[in-house]
Design a protein around this ligand. Structure first.
Ligand code: GRF
Length: 220
């Protein structure tokens, strides 16, 4: 258990995953405080969600920095100012450099709308449909230096339907994201993870964690 864990959220857009985590904290499901939301986008609705919930909201303008590393030095400074012990990427559109990754080793978590290691990167719902895979889903994972490459924490499977569009699939995947991201944060806050190579071992997980963690798909 991390007593007094403070969370810092990096978000660039609408922040619906951020909201799911706010709700879980407010409901007492996650034993932590969200100390700050930082965005590279002044108009990110995520910042508005932070303000509405009396969470510190900081816009840091990338244009004010020449190099990506300089920007990340400022991000690290800000996270430290708020005493952050866990960094959550929630629709954060910038690749984090080693400046952040080295400072918060195995303390940065991301959510990705595909079953990694398939379909890293962007527009992955469309890519999954176009590739013809029968199942996609979402992945919560630790962040290392690569793009969507770090150790996998939780995944949820979502079938791809014959008439799915990028939007319809994204909507069903998002419903699962909102379920598994707060769950992963809860487990982190309870100190339940250890990382062994690429594997994340969950302490006191049920005998078959896959069955426990992968729910049937949510359908409209
Ligand atoms: C989500 O699909 C997430 O998986 C991806 O970016 C999107 C962010 O959505 N990393 P939101 O801002 O949390 O609503």
């Amino acid at each position: 258990m991390y007593e007094g864990l403070k969370i810092g959220v990096l978000a660039s857009g609408r922040g619906s995953n951020f909201q799911a985590i706010i709700d879980a904290v407010n409901a007492g499901k996650i034993n932590a405080e969200i100390a700050v939301c930082i965005s590279d986008n002044e108009d990110a609705y995520a910042l508005e969600r932070a303000r509405k919930n009396l969470i510190n909201a900081e816009f840091i303008d990338p244009k004010a920095f020449q190099k990506r590393e300089d920007y990340d030095v400022k991000i690290v400074e800000t996270l430290k100012k708020y005493g952050v012990g866990l960094v959550l990427l929630a629709g954060y559109m910038k690749l984090v450099t080693p400046v952040i990754v080295d400072e918060f080793h195995n303390k940065i978590i991301n959510i990705h709308p595909a079953l990694l290691p398939s379909f890293p990167g962007l527009h992955v719902q469309r890519k999954a449909i176009e590739h013809g895979v029968r199942f996609s889903g979402c992945t919560v994972h630790f962040v290392d230096g690569g793009m969507d490459t770090g150790p996998i924490i939780i995944q949820a499977v979502v079938p791809i339907l014959q008439d799915d569009t990028e939007d319809s699939l994204a909507t069903r995947i998002l419903a699962q994201e909102h379920r598994i991201y707060p769950e992963a944060v809860r487990l982190f806050a309870e100190g339940r993870f250890s990382v062994q190579g690429r594997r994340v071992i969950i302490k006191d997980a049920p005998e078959n964690p896959a069955e426990f963690l992968v729910n049937p798909p949510v359908r409209e």
